[in-house]
Design a protein around this ligand. Structure first.
Ligand code: 13P
Length: 254
């Protein structure tokens, strides 16, 4: 399976800074790596058009993702950005159900499921995030919690609509804390999710990736990313630093 490294820039960088970071990243990577690993950047909505224009004009291999997509298709929903609008910009992916959206913006499992449908209906690959808060891990209830999040997110998906999907395990206690999940913990969750998802009619082994996110850094990337089960990483803080991000990408043994 081709590995994927996604940089989630969150609420950082204006569009000029975003272009600079994209170009710096591109200069730091050789074409060989870019062909063997999918490298994706998820900037704020305001930078999507600028970055996609640079990618198209300079024929870069780096791909662009949005950080979110609306649950609505069009109409009187001030502030929303639809899947069709993203698709028109040639955006390839959208992060959906990030824990920051679930907790800070109270996004429900139902809304996340609608966003997943809107994405696949508009040829945008959903990066579906899930993960438990600290108290559930210590209570050992986290697997049930996670499977519930995953099952809700993919409810009603049909094989003829779905091309690729990415499932991203991001334990809330590991996000931005420097406290990374152990490889064993990440593998346990991702294999359990894979087993569950592989029962679904839309599942395609070749086109479904299972990745990890939460305090991924140059010091822990090699161990996580060279495991057969972990198909890639969703990187927050370290993706804003080109050197660190490149080190993470280079830690994958090709
Ligand atoms: P950090 O890498 O900063 O922990 O963030 C992870 C994340 O939320 C990526 O989506």
């Amino acid at each position: 399976m081709k590995k994927i490294i996604i940089g989630n820039w969150k609420l950082n960088l204006d569009h000029l800074e975003a272009i600079q970071l994209l170009q710096k990243l591109n200069y730091s990577l050789d074409v060989d790596i870019e062909e063997k690993i999918d490298i994706v950047l998820a900037p704020s909505h305001t930078s999507l058009r600028s970055l996609q224009t640079v990618v198209d004009t300079d024929k870069l291999k780096i791909q662009i993702s949005s950080q979110d997509v609306s649950g609505y298709l069009n109409g009187p929903y001030t502030g929303e950005v639809s899947a069709a609008q993203l698709s028109k910009l040639n955006i390839s992916y959208s992060i959906i159900g990030h824990s920051e959206r679930r907790t800070v913006f109270n996004e429900s499992d139902e809304l996340i499921n609608t966003k997943v449908h809107n994405s696949v209906d508009n040829n945008i690959i959903p990066i579906i995030c899930f993960g438990e808060p600290d108290e559930l891990r210590t209570n050992n209830e986290f697997l049930r919690f996670i499977l519930n999040q995953v099952n809700s997110a993919v409810k009603g998906l049909r094989k003829d609509k779905v091309d690729e999907i990415i499932f991203a395990y991001e334990p809330i206690w590991a996000i931005g804390t420097g406290k990374v999940a152990s490889v064993e913990d990440a593998i346990q969750v991702l294999s359990t999710v894979k087993e569950e998802v592989s029962k679904k009619s839309f599942f395609d082994e070749e086109k479904t990736r299972f990745i990890y996110g939460g305090s991924v850094s140059p010091s822990n990337a090699a161990e996580l990313l060279n495991s057969k089960i972990i198909d890639g990483a969703l990187v927050g803080g370290a993706s804003l630093d080109v050197e660190k991000f490149v080190q993470i990408i280079r830690s994958i043994k090709l």
